[in-house]
Design a protein around this ligand. Sequence first.
Ligand code: APR
Length: 231
Amino acid sequence: MKKIVVLTGAGISAESGLKTFRDDNGMWKNYRFEEVASPIAWDRDRELVLEFYNLRRKQLLEVEPNAAHKALVKLEDKYHVKIITQNVDDLHERAGSKNILHLHGELRKSRSTVDENLIYNIEGWELKTGDKCEKGSQLRPHVVWFGEQVPQIVSAIEIAKQADIVIVIGTSMVVYPAAGLIKYVPDEVPKYLIDPKAGKNVYVQNLKIIKDKAGIVVPHLVDDLMNIAIS
Ligand code: APR
């Protein structure tokens, strides 16, 4: 079976009702990321950081995967599909995708502030001051903040190098190292970029840009790929 690598960003979840970051009504229009998504923010105003993620988590529990998330699950019948997502939502999981790598962490999980290997599921939508790990330290969102390492990038690069087909969906490709993954894909590999505002900032060989919404394009692209798949 051929390997399909799918790189997703906030745009794939837009039609589920979750805000992106850099669109006109994006999250970074209402918040400065330095104030809610960085280690300095956590030290300076923990309650604001907890509230920022609690509000996003609350909304996440009220939305559903959309046609794009669901179409990607179908691909698994005829391809080895690996999803590398920058998103911290769990919509790929809830759609049924099996092989997902969260480059920037997971909104519905918390992590110890003294031992990064202690990771917990968050029941409900709130993570509060006083919620502690088994070693007694305050729990933080299990999300990669600006200025922090992206531990999963090494695995993501290896996955990108092995791709037979790459589909990039709903990302502005401006945040590294995620945005650099496409450079590790061999030139001859066919690549698709699905984004209504796909920019000119992606200079790779064999790229087909489809300037439309994920919910419209992905189901059709999946049908095409299923038809050409060698069963
Ligand atoms: N279908 C496809 N793409 C869409 C849709 C849609 N319905 N709606 C918006 N988009 C596109 C936008 O045009 C934009 O190019 O999705 C992209 C979203 O870009 P960003 O808001 O920058 O989100 P993303 O690329 O995921 O951000 C990367 O930045 O703030 C950090 O950690 C955060 O993971 C995030 C990272």
